[in-house]
Design a protein around this ligand. Structure first.
Ligand SMILES: C[S@@+](CC[C@H](N)C(=O)[O-])C[C@H]1O[C@@H](n2cnc3c(N)ncnc32)[C@H](O)[C@@H]1O
Ligand SMILES: [Zn+2]
Length: 319
């Protein structure tokens, strides 16, 4: 899903007056730090320029990942959250994405960095037509502070910044604050996927039901359970990231944990479908395990549905 046009405009305004080269340099340094210098528990984003660079260079992708994941939460029967808390909100991607799906009456963004908070607040302020209730931004440290309870709790691209001990404490805090649905998103890296597998087990031990991506209460059996979305690049985005490609692919791992048990959760498409003449093969994850299923024209509706299925979708053969 593309960012709302009001957000795109606000990002343009935010970077007005800053030199294109400064944004480009900050975005490059930030990306280098995230790839090479991730020191658990330490701040990687320092100062106003970094925060603007983060918003310009990373928000399209984190918004894309979050809207993909929140669409899976939106599909849960009767899930209509009124309150949301986003932890480690950064510049606010999650609240923009969530507000595309849900009519939220109270949205709280919790963030430790004053510069990220300032940028996030600037983006959400005076967007009253977009948000049912204006998001409230608060100074917050996930290690030190308690999280207020909400129907929907999100933490995206955050837990991987904490050290091991803090990560597990933070996970329990996030779950304790969750009244209905907890959404975790992490960059697709093998280490983060290992963590997601641990979070899955810990959450289940603490009474959670896992509805996505692997829709069951067992371990995730997928060797490399990750998903992706394609994000259009604006002119500003291309300047910040360099290169001319009109899009980029964002890969991520995620988890949706719920307080309520859903009776029927459809299997999930784990990889890009293999489409050949007259047939399509899907790798599907269901409570019974992972299966490869091939559908051909003689399967009628199931074949037609399989032809339309995309990596990460739930698959209901009769839909
Ligand atoms: C990579 S950014 C992700 C921002 C946003 N959630 C997104 O998806 O775009 C990580 C954010 O987590 C914040 N953060 C890291 N450790 C934190 C902590 N202990 N308490 C609160 N925020 C924290 C950082 O300041 C940063 O804004
Ligand atoms: Zn999985």
């Amino acid at each position: 899903m593309e960012m709302p046009s009001v957000l795109k405009q606000k990002l343009d305004v935010l970077s007005t007056g800053l030199k294109q080269n400064d944004i480009k340099q900050s975005a490059r340094q930030l990306s280098f730090r995230y790839r090479n210098e991730i020191k658990r528990g330490q701040t990687l984003i320092g100062g106003k320029n970094d925060s603007v660079a983060y918003a310009v260079s990373r928000m399209p992708a984190t918004f894309g990942a979050l809207s993909f994941v929140l669409e899976q939460a939106f599909a849960l029967p009767d899930f209509a959250p009124e309150t949301m808390v986003d932890v480690g909100a950064g510049t606010g991607s999650a609240v923009w994405a969530a507000s595309c799906f849900f009519d939220l009456q109270s949205v709280t963004c919790l963030e430790r960095s004053p510069d990220m908070r300032a940028v996030g607040e600037k983006l959400t302020e005076s967007a009253q037509n977009f948000f049912s209730a204006p998001p409230v931004w608060r100074d917050f440290d996930l290690i030190r502070d308690n999280i207020p309870r909400a129907d929907l709790v999100t933490a995206s691209y955050v837990l991987n910044e904490l050290n091991e001990k803090d990560r597990l404490n933070a996970l329990l805090k996030l779950w304790n604050a969750t009244q209905n649905v907890l959404v975790l998103v992490e960059p697709a890296m093998p280490e983060n996927f290992r963590h997601i597998k641990e979070y899955r087990k810990t959450l289940i031990r603490n009474g959670a039901f896992i509805t996505a991506p692997c829709p069951h209460q067992n371990d995730c059996l997928n060797e490399w359970c990750h998903f992706g979305c394609r994000v259009a690049r604006s002119k500003l985005h291309r300047i910040a990231k360099g290169g001319e490609a009109p899009f980029e692919d964002e890969k991520f791992c995620y988890l949706i944990a719920t307080r309520r048990q859903y009776d029927t959760v459809a299997p999930r498409v784990l990889r890009r479908p293999v489409i050949e003449t007259g047939k399509v093969t899907l790798s599907l994850c269901a409570p019974e395990g992972i299966t490869e299923r091939t559908f051909s024209k003689k399967d009628g509706t199931a074949y037609k549905t399989a032809r339309k299925a995309k990596w990460g979708d739930v698959f209901i053969p009769t839909a």
